[in-house]
Write a protein of this length. Structure first.
Length: 178
């Protein structure tokens, strides 16, 4: 009976080569897709921002509700702020921010505040509140530890009329396209 010698190191090298090849293909696909996106017009940004709010904004069904948008993705926060300022002409003075954090991050508060200051280009005085989440984090979550910066909520003062306007834009998108 013939026994093949198993070379574990060769198997690991083969697996790594396969991973490297897959990563290269993925990067090529993403690079090609990136080039498909050209400059975005104000109209396109208006529609993108409206869709972002539709997906991630707080749409409370009470008589007056201000515009509030929450997310942990810094790119989404930057895009939403650009939409507010550039397209919707919301003055910076009417925008304030709140950070939502798990209690496990209490020792990193200054680092996390500095992170969001840098992302938003808003001074620390525009950050009105730190809201602490009390429930336990699952050990399987990926957004804990040194890469955890919580969630940022962008709030617009005195914006219940603006919130209704956004609701109308969403309805318009639906009426014209569904």
């Amino acid at each position: 009976m013939h026994h093949l010698n198993y070379d574990g190191a060769a198997a690991l090298r083969g697996a790594q080569a396969k991973r490297n090849y897959k990563e290269k293909i993925i990067e090529e696909i993403k690079n090609k897709a990136r080039r498909e996106i050209k400059e975005i017009s104000n109209r396109e940004l208006w529609l993108v921002g409206t869709a972002l709010y539709w997906a991630e904004g707080i749409k409370e069904k009470i008589k007056s509700s201000n515009v509030k948008f929450s997310n942990s993705d810094p790119r989404m926060i930057k895009l939403f702020l650009k939409w507010l300022r550039q397209v919707c002409k919301i003055p910076k003075k009417d925008i304030f921010l709140e950070i939502y954090l798990h209690k496990t991050a209490v020792k990193r508060l200054k680092e996390i505040q500095n992170y969001w200051v840098k992302i938003t280009n808003f001074s620390l005085d525009r950050f009105q509140k730190i809201r602490w989440k009390k429930h336990n984090l699952s050990p399987k979550r990926k957004n804990i530890g040194k890469n955890y910066y919580g969630q940022l909520r962008v709030c617009v003062r005195k914006s219940s009329t603006f919130n209704r306007k956004i609701a109308g834009w969403i309805e318009g998108i639906c009426q014209k396209n569904l």
